[in-house]
Ligand binder design. Structure first.
Ligand code: SF4
Length: 54
């Protein structure tokens, strides 16, 4: 069976969050929306998010 593809923003941001649940992907908190918007606008890079969790 093919594994379900995960939204790259969820993978980058939410999978590090204590509230993350694989089966509950419809709700988006304010922090997620802000970070997603900043990523889409190019104001921050995906690597900068990854670096925070190192
Ligand atoms: S939307 Fe927000 S609260 Fe929910 S898992 Fe992502 S970062 Fe965490």
């Amino acid at each position: 069976m093919k594994q379900k593809e995960i939204d790259p923003y969820i993978s980058l941001i939410c999978t590090h969050c204590d509230f993350y649940k694989e089966d509950d992907l419809l709700l988006e908190c304010a922090a997620f929306k802000v970070l997603k918007n900043m990523l889409q606008d190019g104001r921050i890079k995906p690597e900068e998010i990854s670096d925070v969790f190192r």
